[in-house]
Write a protein that binds this ligand. Structure first.
Ligand code: XMP
Ligand code: MG
Length: 186
């Protein structure tokens, strides 16, 4: 994998290194594999766009047959923040009735996005719903009942980018996760 040296100067700190990501994702894959039966019908649902790199790496550590699907959701702007309304930009394609759904998220922050996604998908009668998130920011949680079944790393209440997570669509293709220098936001 690349070392992304061209971007390193933009960062104030690196929070999770490429090695730590690899190691933890291997463990998550094992945990997830062990939580299902061999003949379970599993749909892995990637929440676009932030979870795409995580899904690609995690899925290769899961030793079971899985189907890939994708859903794109977006929170309304800051003015409607408190309403917790989340809009579906692109729905998933698979019929999940009677199947095991594994939702793959990049980060759970307030929990609003995930709560909304889970509420919608529950109505489609999957056999089970589990959630795996790479990152968790528990300090910011508003939806107390929203917890991932599998969680890669807890992160502090700082805006993090890299490994799928972006700032203004940049930095998704980095192999590490870090916090940008203040000046990068201007
Ligand atoms: P909620 O608050 O609904 O937010 O749990 C989840 C979504 O918000 C985005 N998000 C971040 N994106 N760095 C990012 O690049 C962050 O630190 C961060 N915190 C939240 C993300 O899209 C996530 O799915
Ligand atoms: Mg984003």
């Amino acid at each position: 994998m690349g070392n992304n040296s061209v971007f390193k100067g933009d960062f104030k700190e690196i929070i999770i290194s490429e090695e730590e990501l690899k190691q933890r994702i291997k463990e998550l894959g094992k945990e997830i594999t062990e939580s299902y039966n061999e003949d379970d019908d599993i749909v892995m649902l990637c929440i676009l766009r932030g979870a795409i790199i995580f899904m690609a790496d995690l899925s290769r550590e899961i030793d079971l047959p899985v189907t890939f699907d994708f859903m794109d959701v977006s929170s309304y702007g800051a003015s409607t923040k408190s309403s917790g309304v989340v809009r579906i930009i692109k729905d998933m394609e698979e019929n999940i009735e009677g199947r095991h759904l594994l939702i793959v998220e990049d980060i759970i922050d307030t929990g609003r996005t995930l709560k909304h996604v889970v509420d919608i998908l529950k109505t489609r009668d999957p056999k089970s719903i589990k959630v795996v998130t790479l990152l968790d920011k528990p300090e910011r949680r508003e939806q107390k009942e929203i917890e991932a079944d599998f969680n890669g790393f807890e992160v502090p209440d700082k805006f993090v980018v890299g490994y799928g997570l972006d700032f203004a669509e940049k930095y998704r293709n980095l192999s590490f996760i870090g916090v940008l220098k203040e000046k990068m936001y201007n």
